[in-house]
Every structure is written in structure tokens, then in C-alpha cells.
Design a protein around this ligand. Structure first.
Ligand code: MN
Length: 456
């Protein structure tokens, strides 16, 4: 089967999924309220979904990168190299290239009525309403003009009004600068962007690193961007739909609840407000939606974090060879670490480095080189057979964790580390893993007879 040798555009990737039987196309005109999310969830991780004339409007797609290997494939990267390539792209960004004519501006609406102009679905049972969930929000530092790119959940609150959750990170920092000057912060929300942009938007890099340059590095070529029609923000020229607007100063309105990645609802609260000035789009735009808590949501967060966490841990412990944020830990809370152990006690130091690498990490397990950290059953086996709780367990109380973990006290909670590595100087046979010699080299087609029938 043909494996891409370069990063694909959104439409190239959807075409590739279709040709390889991984795109499920729904009947036209399904409901935006719960029906699309329900079908996308049922197909999650098996096939991407495409909904023609969703809600009687244009096409919706979902689950387009709901598998770790698909993510690599969409970028033309070998599956095992995704994290290392992402780390390299974050460290060596490639500047974007500005173009004057862009597909995302084929149609321009200056009279904005979001829900009449695009098919925005409502996903989970108690969501407050329709949300844009796969739009990359691009903002500009009002002083330096440097851009920031990330995904925020966007509640449609009125014809040209969006309620947005800004965590205290980079968009919020730019916003505070603008608000102090009594000004709105110019932004744009690009929906239907290529996989490289989606993944790059989730990079954990310092402020004033334009994530669109990481997308360029992932692609191995500058990303084409275009200036918005109503402000100075530069957006991916190939996007399907763009909402241009401003985060209003000194304005807060209710947003939420909304079904989030830990499979619980983010609460309703007073949050920031975006006013939309224009909507631009392609002639037949595709609206991408990410269903909260689905594999696409978890993986988009997990893979860039793995790259950052691995780099941070290796700075102190070069013997750390790989890390994995397990899906059962919602791609954020459970970290598995592969260690080429050289010193006794090293496992526990490595656990402390894991908790220091990102505050979301709640439970960490360190294992030896022979354990496949991408297979939860293998990690559980290592804990079952190499770990003793009174000797190998580390617990740290009252530390900073995830506010979206409902078992914490407002984000303050405990860390648990499990050192499941074997002691360095164990007798050889004590921890020797059993194996059948030659098992992996047997050609099953040569030795099994599919026609054979036995009478019992
Ligand atoms: Mn940033």
C-alpha cells in the first residue's frame, strides 16, 4: 500500500483515508445535535467520518487523526519516529511564507451569522450548545506581532459571538497586554487545517514561538499563510473556513459546561468573549469537528507532550529512552517511561523528573528496555512482576495537578510513581523473560493449512 512520503493537506489525507478504506461516509443531512458526535464516537479509531450536508448545510468531518499511526502517516513519517520528529520540528522551526491569494478566502462574509453560515455540531449530553472544537486560534502579540497558535473550545453564544476558554497560557498573555491598553486582541480561528497544523498547534514550546513555524518544520517546507481580510493575523492559506475577530477587553460571559478530554464536563463559568467580524471560506468548505474525549482529542494532546517530556527528562537522564502518555490516562495523566537503567535507585530519580516535566502527570511507571511502553498490558505485566509497593512506590501529596481531574482539590492532588525496573545485579534466570526460540520467524502461511478440516 502507498505510504505518503510527505506531509499531506487535509483533502489529500481524506482522499488517502478513503482509498485505504478508512473513511466512513454518512447519509446526507444528519442532525448536528448529538447524531454526528454519536456516529463519530462509534467509529472512533477505526474510521474517520464524513457527513455530507450536515444539518442541511455543508460537509462535516471528524476523527481524521484518531490513531497514532495515522498521525505519522498523514505527516509522511515512519510510525516509530513521530515523537522524535516532532521534538526536532519544535527545536528547529521553519518560517512561513506569505501569499496574497488563498483558497480560504474564496468566499467572504462580512455579515456574520455563525450558525447559519457553517454546520457547528453539539456533541455531549450536557454541553451548553454548539461548539467549534477543531479550530486553531491564531493571535498576535500586540507589541511584537509574533503569533501564537492553539486550540481553544469555542461556544457559539450569538450570531457573531463566541465564548472561549483561555487557560493562563500564551493567548491569554497576549490578551492581557491588549486589555491593559484598553484594546481588543485580534485573532482568527481556522477550521479544517492540515494534520501538520493541528499537531503543531499543540506544541508545548515557550511563548513567542509561532506554532505555524513548527508546522512548516514538520512539513519540511514553509507553510503558506495569508493575511486576514479584517485584521493583521496570518492564517494557513489552505484552511477550509476562517472566522476573523477580536477578544473583547473587560468582557466576560457564561461559557460551558462542555465535555472535555478526561470524559467529564468542564464547568460553566464567566469567560472571555470573541466578536467575529468576518467569515471566509472555500467554495465547498469542510468543517472539521473533534468530539470531546475522543481519540483524536487525546492523541493531539498526547504526542506533542511526549516530545516535550522526553526532551526535558533526557536533559537530566540520557538513559531515558522513550516515554508514552497512555490513552487510559486520557493522554495526559499516566506516563510510562522506558529506562536503560545503569545505576541502582535511578528509577526513583527518573520518577521525580517525570513529575517535574509536566504538572498534568499524576501517575508514572518506569520500566526496563524489554517492556513495550505503548502496550498497557506489557506495563501492567512489569508492575505485576517487578514492583513491590513497600519498596518501589513514591507518593507525593498536595502537588499541582490538572484542574480537569475531578478527584483533585481544585487542581491540587497527589502524585504516584512506580519503579517497575528490575534490580541491576539480579541472578540471570530470576527475571529472564520466557520465549520460544524461532517463534517470531515462523511463516504461518507456510505451516498452517486453511483447507484442513478435522473430524472429532
Ligand atoms: Mn504558544
Amino acid at each position: 500500500m502507498d505510504y505518503p512520503n510527505h506531509a499531506l493537506s487535509l483533502r489529500e489525507w481524506l482522499d488517502h483515508l478513503q482509498r485505504t478504506e478508512r473513511l466512513a461516509v454518512a447519509k446526507p443531512g444528519l442532525s448536528l445535535r448529538h447524531e454526528i458526535a454519536g456516529i463519530a464516537n462509534r467509529m472512533d479509531g477505526r474510521k474517520a467520518t464524513l457527513f455530507p450536508k450536515a444539518g442541511g448545510m455543508s460537509t462535516v468531518v471528524s476523527g481524521i487523526v484518531s490513531d497514532r499511526n495515522w498521525m505519522a502517516e498523514a505527516l509522511g513519517i515512519a510510525p516509530g519516529e513521530l515523537v522524535s520528529r516532532f521534538g526536532k520540528a519544535s527545536a528547529e522551526p521553519v518560517a512561513w511564507k506569505e501569499v496574497s491569494k488563498a483558497p480560504c478566502q474564496e468566499v467572504v462574509h462580512r455579515d456574520v451569522d455563525i450558525l447559519k453560515q457553517m454546520p457547528v455540531p453539539t456533541h455531549n449530553e450536557h454541553d451548553s450548545g454548539a461548539y467549534i472544537t477543531a479550530g486553531i486560534l491564531v493571535s498576535r502579540d500586540p507589541e511584537s506581532g509574533i503569533q501564537n497558535v492553539t486550540i481553544h473550545r469555542c461556544q457559539i453564544s450569538g450570531p457573531n459571538r463566541i465564548g472561549v476558554l483561555l487557560l493562563p497560557r500564551h493567548t491569554h498573555h497576549y490578551y492581557r497586554k491588549a486589555e491593559k491598553a484598553g484594546k481588543p486582541l485580534e485573532i482568527a480561528i481556522a477550521i479544517g487545517v492540515e494534520p501538520a497544523c493541528l499537531l503543531a498547534s499543540q506544541a508545548i514550546v515557550p511563548i513567542d514561538h509561532d506554532e505555524l513555524e513548527i508546522a512548516g518544520a514538520l512539513k519540511g517546507a514553509p507553510l503558506d499563510v495569508v493575511k486576514c481580510v479584517t485584521n493583521d493575523v496570518r492564517i494557513p492559506a489552505d484552511a477550509e473556513i476562517v472566522l476573523e475577530g477580536r477578544i473583547l477587553p473587560k468582557t466576560r460571559e457564561p461559557e460551558g459546561p462542555f465535555g472535555e478530554f478526561p470524559q467529564y464536563y468542564g464547568e460553566r463559568a464567566e469567560r472571555h468573549v470573541i466578536e467575529i467580524d468576518a467569515i471566509t471560506h472555500r467554495r465547498d468548505p469542510l468543517f472539521h469537528t473533534i468530539v470531546g474525549g475522543g481519540l483524536e482529542h487525546l492523541l493531539l494532546g498526547a504526542i506533542p507532550r511526549e516530545a516535550t517530556i522526553l526532551a526535558a527528562m533526557r536533559a537530566s537522564f540520557p538513559d531515558v529512552k522513550d516515554v508514552h502518555l497512555a490513552l487510559g490516562g486520557v493522554g495526559r495523566y499516566h506516563l510510562y517511561v522506558k529506562l536503560d537503567k545503569t545505576q541502582e535507585g535511578q528509577g526513583k530519580n527518573v520518577l521525580l523528573a517525570a513529575f517535574a516535566a509536566h504538572y498534568d502527570i499524576k501517575h508514572a511507571v518506569v520500566v526496563d528496555m524489554d517492556v513495550d511502553i505503548h502496550n498497557p498490558r506489557e506495563v501492567e505485566w512489569a508492575v505485576a512482576t517487578r514492583f513491590q509497593a513497600d519498596r518501589d512506590l513514591v507518593v507525593i501529596s498536595d502537588s499541582q495537578g490538572s484542574k480537569l481531574d475531578p478527584s483533585t482539590d481544585g487542581g491540587v492532588g497527589a502524585k504516584m510513581g512506580l519503579d517497575a525496573t528490575i534490580p541491576l545485579h539480579s541472578p540471570e534466570m530470576k527475571y529472564k523473560r520466557i520465549r520460544v526460540p524461532g517463534e517470531e520467524n515462523i511463516d504461518l502461511d507456510a505451516v498452517l493449512d486453511p483447507q484442513a478440516r478435522v473430524t472429532f
